[in-house]
Design a protein around this ligand. Structure first.
Ligand SMILES: C[S@@+](CC[C@H](N)C(=O)[O-])C[C@H]1O[C@@H](n2cnc3c(N)ncnc32)[C@H](O)[C@@H]1O
Length: 269
């Protein structure tokens, strides 16, 4: 883990470059459809909270080219890769800033829409997150959220994936995190003051290529060390699971589904 981001379970920077590229390959088409459908044009300011390596941030800047787009993340290592991606894609209307979403924002303009994907499952403090995210929204603005529900699945079922799902759930719930986010988030946003649930949807990508299916072992590899240090499995078991997940990924007869995502459009009222 990055010394600046002690509370974040996963790797950052180069150590997570390939997994976030795979994730973008799988989820960006559905996320882009969602944002195109939900965002009334024109928009002048957009914010991507917990922007990772900035794939969606750069896409938003190209898609809404008249807008100023801010990508915020608390890890300098993530932001360094965002800036490389920005240069490679030549998108001038993006600013990447170091910012902890659990701290009040300073010097960041209010946005027509604040977007975040795959972030709430890493946070215990949802009240603080929502209070800060809504403060970044203009009145009548949008908070667009995409978060996953567990588990991964494959057909035919494989005991290694079942075990990986159980270990992932056990680890994250012991850490006070809600990796199976959809059910708690659904209840949470409907009880949240100051917002109206304007629209919602689900996406459930199916992984068809070996590259996409590598998300299984790449995701498990990121929790390998925490599982062992918390005594939830042995090194041998974790290594064996990674090997079997890689086998599932390479076997054309295994159909693999990644995590279902809820897509929420909250309007600030
Ligand atoms: C799984 S990644 C998702 C990245 C990106 N949203 C995407 O969908 O590709 C989660 C990101 O949230 C960031 N993050 C986690 N906790 C954060 C916090 N408190 N403040 C800002 N960023 C945070 C991490 O550094 C990481 O880049």
């Amino acid at each position: 883990m990055d010394s600046q981001t002690p509370s974040y379970l996963l790797h950052v920077g180069d150590a997570d470059r390939e997994r976030l590229e795979v994730l973008a390959n799988i989820y960006n088409p559905g996320s882009q459809d969602f944002l195109r459908r939900q965002l009334a044009i024109p928009v002048s300011t957009l914010i991507d909270l917990g922007c990772g390596h900035g794939q969606m941030t750069c896409w938003m800047a190209k898609e809404f080219s008249q807008a100023r787009v801010f990508g915020l993340d608390h890890s300098d290592e993530q932001l360094a890769i965002c800036e490389q991606n920005q240069v490679a894609q030549d998108v001038p209307n993006v600013t990447f800033l170091r910012h902890d979403v659990l701290a009040p924002a300073q010097g960041i303009p209010e946005a027509d829409a604040v977007y975040c994907r795959y972030v709430l499952l890493h946070l215990r403090e949802w009240d603080t997150f929502f209070s800060n995210a809504l403060a970044l929204c203009k009145p009548g603005g949008s908070l667009l959220i995409e978060e996953p529900g567990f588990p991964f699945f494959c057909y035919p079922r494989h005991e290694a994936l079942d075990r990986a799902n159980i270990l992932g759930q056990t680890l994250t719930s012991r850490m006070g995190l809600r990796f199976d986010c959809i059910d708690p988030l659904w209840g949470y946003v409907h009880a949240l003051e100051g917002v109206r649930v304007k629209d919602y949807s689900f996406s459930q990508p199916i992984l068809t290529t070996r590259y996409q299916k590598s998300l299984l072992w790449r995701s498990f590899a990121q929790i390998h060390q925490p599982l062992i240090s918390m005594g939830l499995c042995t090194v041998q078991e974790a290594d064996s699971i990674i090997g079997q997940l890689a086998y599932i990924g390479s076997d054309p007869l295994h159909v693999v589904g990644t995590l279902r995502m809820v897509q929420l459009h909250l309007e600030k009222v």
